[in-house]
Design a protein around this ligand. Structure first.
Ligand SMILES: Cc1ncc(COP(=O)(O)O)c(C=O)c1O
Length: 388
């Protein structure tokens, strides 16, 4: 039998080995403290759930327009204007099955074989995989802890070639929690002026920012507005990872119609009652604020406890719900993040994600989307592990 070369080229996630080990240890009765999850531990707020139930009971269960019902696209347009100073018409918005699907659609609609995609590292795992699936070439810009894992205009300039087609920016970042300031974004935008380079701005962690103010890249200039595809969704902001609602917004009508055709010939619309419930989710404030306050408490605690462990070093994240921890001084492992994560799991039952999964050997990612009690217990175990 023969298979698609593009499908065969996809890598399995480096995190799978760790989750499989965590599952088998849990099955054998070992208590596991899981700091590897990439989703809020809160339940979806009640008004959202009630609206979905009402939609189901009202028989809202048929196909809808491929890119989403008009009311939802209108609600997204209003949200982008109200919260992000972005002016998009509902027709410039496409609703997809999560931000990941929006990213996939956008990259499939932009990329040709051998195009280059600039990806700052550490990066979210799916960016290079989707680029490879499109037969494009990921070009990584490595960043350091000292530069708070943010690329500089000089680095961006140096990585651009005649083949560069796309730059992907993710602020706040998974896995580092770094957040670009307005000035930093403006300086990157200047480098792109006069070029034909698209930008994807993945803003999925927008609502989870703790110190600096969140900025939507496309709001900074008309040049950035024209070249940027803004991607966001409800997974992280309203604890709706399983509902699958993401969206993209862009100004280019050809790109929009390519994406509409792509989605129309693959998944069609996202599920109908999620769309109705999403309208409510987009205007929730109190519940989102309450989750954010809880995340802030957890961040402060987790950062304080991890910083007090001598062989670890880390920056305080400005956003998202991850600590990105430098393990290079934990002498037993010589920076091998997979060995570190496996040994920590086997010896102490604590699950982290090895940095190698994000293109950053020598680091591990710890999610603080878990209870204060778990954080205290789990970090104490990490301390014991490093002192043993
Ligand atoms: C940076 C980043 N972008 C996109 C996504 C995908 O989110 P969704 O659940 O909306 O597909 C994730 C999920 O972990 C993420 O961390």
């Amino acid at each position: 039998m023969q298979y698609s070369q593009r499908a065969l080229a996809l890598s399995p996630s480096n995190t799978l080995a760790i989750s499989a080990l965590a599952q088998s240890l849990a099955k054998s009765g070992k208590e596991i403290i899981n700091f590897s999850t990439g989703e809020p531990d809160f339940d979806t707020p009640t008004p959202i759930k009630n609206k979905a139930i009402e939609a189901i009971e009202n028989g809202f269960s048929k196909y809808t327009a491929v890119s989403g019902i008009a009311e939802l696209r209108e609600a997204v347009a209003q949200k982008l204007l109200r919260e992000n100073q972005l002016s998009y018409s509902p027709k410039e918005i496409i609703i997809s099955n999560g931000a990941k699907h929006s990213l996939f659609n956008a990259m499939c609609a932009i990329l040709n074989p051998h195009d280059e995609v600039i990806i700052p590292a550490p990066y979210w795992v799916s960016y290079p995989e989707i680029a490879k699936f499109c037969q494009a070439t990921p070009v990584f810009i490595p960043t350091t802890q000292d530069q708070n894992f943010k690329i500089t205009p000089q680095q961006l300039k140096a990585s651009i070639t005649p083949r560069t087609k796309l730059l992907i920016l993710n602020s706040p970042s998974n896995p580092t929690g770094s957040l670009y300031t307005q000035e930093e974004f403006q300086a990157l935008g200047k480098v792109l002026e006069g070029s034909d380079i698209w930008v994807i701005s993945d803003e999925i962690y927008e609502k989870l920012t703790y110190s600096n103010h969140f900025i939507s890249l496309a709001s900074l200039s008309s040049d950035l507005l024209e070249r940027t595809i803004t991607i966001n969704g409800l997974s992280k902001s309203t604890a709706m990872t399983g509902w699958r609602m993401g969206y993209l917004a862009c100004k280019d009508s050809t790109l929009l119609s390519c994406i509409d055709n792509l989605q129309g010939n693959s998944t069609s619309n996202i599920n109908s009652f999620t769309q109705i419930a999403s309208i409510v989710a987009l205007s929730l404030e109190e519940e989102i604020q309450a989750m954010k306050e809880e995340f802030l408490k957890r961040r402060d605690l987790a950062y304080k406890l991890c910083s007090s462990i001598p062989s670890l070093s880390l920056n305080c994240p400005d956003g998202a719900f991850y600590l990105f921890i430098n393990i290079n001084h934990a002498s037993r492992f010589q920076g091998d993040s997979m060995k570190f994560s496996q040994a920590l799991l086997e010896e102490q039952g604590v699950a982290l994600v090895p940095g190698i999964a994000f293109g950053a050997e020598g680091y591990v990612r710890m999610s603080f989307a878990t209870s204060i009690e778990n954080l205290q217990k789990g970090i104490e175990k990490i301390k014991d592990f490093l002192e043993s």
